[in-house]
Design a protein around this ligand. Structure first.
Ligand code: NCD
Length: 298
């Protein structure tokens, strides 16, 4: 059974295969071509944390491929509110469907769900842990918009401590010989164990020092919900703000990505500038998730 819990569950070849497959699904995602390969299959969306893009793009992807979706989200409206354990919920739900997408506030929850499931489990974000499907769509966006994936200069900006999108992406980038710049307030630095894995292929930097050189500017939201102390959050809130003045220093063919939602990290005036690709990135979530769903369910 093929679960997708961490980006490390995939080899470089498997990652590239999913990106190629996503390419073939783009016209289906746009509604131009019909494809019903998941007809008769049911996906369960199990969301214990808020989500717009991830949940809706999985749902759209499944429906465009002819499948059906059941959503279990409001904790208060399900037996979770009655004290049911995650293990029991998964055992029951996995007997109703062909795959489960889970988002949970606890790191490790998706792995635990997989151990209790009769069907493939896809991690749609586990606390500050991993978010592998976001990484696949990030890689897809980079490959499409930069026309290559290897040897790019990539700046990761914002909350490197708690962003699961960063934790997954950084592991994948090491497969593609990227030069990685880590840009964050000191208290939101990338955790030590990641630094060891990066084997020196990274550099802590200030945005001003590298802005003219980078190919990809990947901006993240400061993950307010992961802070134990509101006062600590206030110290770093609004640390980075990508304004048109900042963007003007970027190379003209550089791209700006953000997993969204943004709070105030990117000025809305940047949306119209040629480097802005974050809304396109959000669209690419659909063909990429189609590729993932067809991989695990066919
Ligand atoms: C991200 C997440 O949930 O980790 N959102 C997403 O899936 N696109 C990023 C975030 O919440 O900041």
């Amino acid at each position: 059974m093929k679960h997708l819990i961490s980006i490390e569950d995939l080899t470089k070849q498997e990652i590239l295969k999913i990106l190629d497959k996503a390419e073939e699904f783009e016209d289906v995602a746009l509604g131009i071509r019909k494809c019903r390969i998941l007809e008769g299959k049911i996906l369960a969306n199990l969301f214990f944390e808020p989500s717009t893009r991830t949940r809706i793009s999985f749902e759209t992807a499944m429906k465009r491929l002819g499948g059906e979706v059941v959503n279990i989200s409001a904790q208060e409206a399900s037996s979770i509110a009655k004290g049911e354990t995650l293990a029991d919920t998964i055992k029951v739900v996995s007997n109703y469907c062909d795959a489960i997408v889970i988002r949970h506030f606890l790191e490790g929850a998706a792995r635990f769900a997989a151990e209790n499931s009769a069907v493939p489990v896809i991690n749609a974000g586990d606390g500050a842990g991993q978010h592998p499907t976001q990484t696949l769509l990030d890689l897809y966006t980079i490959r499409k918009e930069c026309r290559k994936l290897e040897k790019l200069s990539i700046a990761l900006v914002g909350d490197l401590k708690y962003s699961r999108t960063i934790h997954s992406l950084i592991k994948a980038l090491t497969l593609f010989n990227s030069k990685i710049y880590l840009i964050s307030p000191e208290i939101l630095s990338l955790p030590e164990d990641f630094l060891e894995e990066l084997n020196g292929n990274f550099q802590k930097a200030r945005l001003e020092e590298v802005i003219e050189e980078i190919d990809v500017l990947y901006v993240t939201r400061i993950q307010k919900e992961r802070f134990l102390d509101e006062e600590e959050y206030r110290k770093v809130a609004g640390s980075y703000r990508i304004t048109p003045q900042v963007v003007e220093k970027l190379k003209s063919d550089a791209i700006i990505l953000h997993p969204l939602p943004r709070v105030d990290e990117i000025d809305i005036k940047v949306d119209k500038m040629r480097q802005a690709r974050y809304f396109k990135q959000a669209f690419y979530g659909v063909p990429v998730r189609m590729a993932i769903l067809s991989e695990v369910m066919q």
